[in-house]
Design a protein around this ligand. Structure first.
Ligand code: 9YT
Length: 128
């Protein structure tokens, strides 16, 4: 049994500042669950290019409002509180936050916990 509180992560190396977002890594690869879980704040007024070529991600919005644009078809997906989107095809996308958004992000394979996007919006494969 594991219990993790947000306050345990704040101010540690697992509170990661990505510029447009701050990701609090709650469950990571080291926990051995086969996925990772982040509590992430997307900053109001930002647009972030993301392309998780090496991961599948599901994102559940629990606060705030914004939209995702999938770049393969330029479709705009409104995202508000209580909405989940799943990047089931490693979808390249733009994430736009109209206001601060709080997102619960689940990654498969799990993040090691310190990742930030590279210049293409990608997280690397964890080789360990
Ligand atoms: C929602 C989203 O993809 N935000 C970017 C940060 C990432 N999800 C993370 O590491 O929490």
């Amino acid at each position: 049994m594991k219990v993790v509180k947000l306050e345990d992560v704040l101010g540690t190396e697992h509170e990661v500042d990505g510029g447009n977002w701050i990701s609090r890594r709650l469950i990571m690869k080291k926990h051995g669950m086969g996925y990772s879980v982040n509590d992430t704040i997307i900053k109001a007024g930002t647009e972030t290019h993301i392309w998780y070529k090496n991961h599948l991600e599901a994102v559940y919005c629990i606060e705030g409002e914004g939209e995702v644009v999938t770049l393969s078809d330029n479709k705009v997906w409104p995202i508000t509180k209580d909405t989940l989107y799943a990047l089931d095809e490693h979808d390249e996308h733009l994430l736009r936050a109209k206001e601060d958004m709080r997102m619960i992000c689940v990654f498969n394979p799990p993040l090691s916990g310190k990742e930030v996007h590279d210049e293409n919006g990608v997280y690397p494969v964890d080789e360990d």
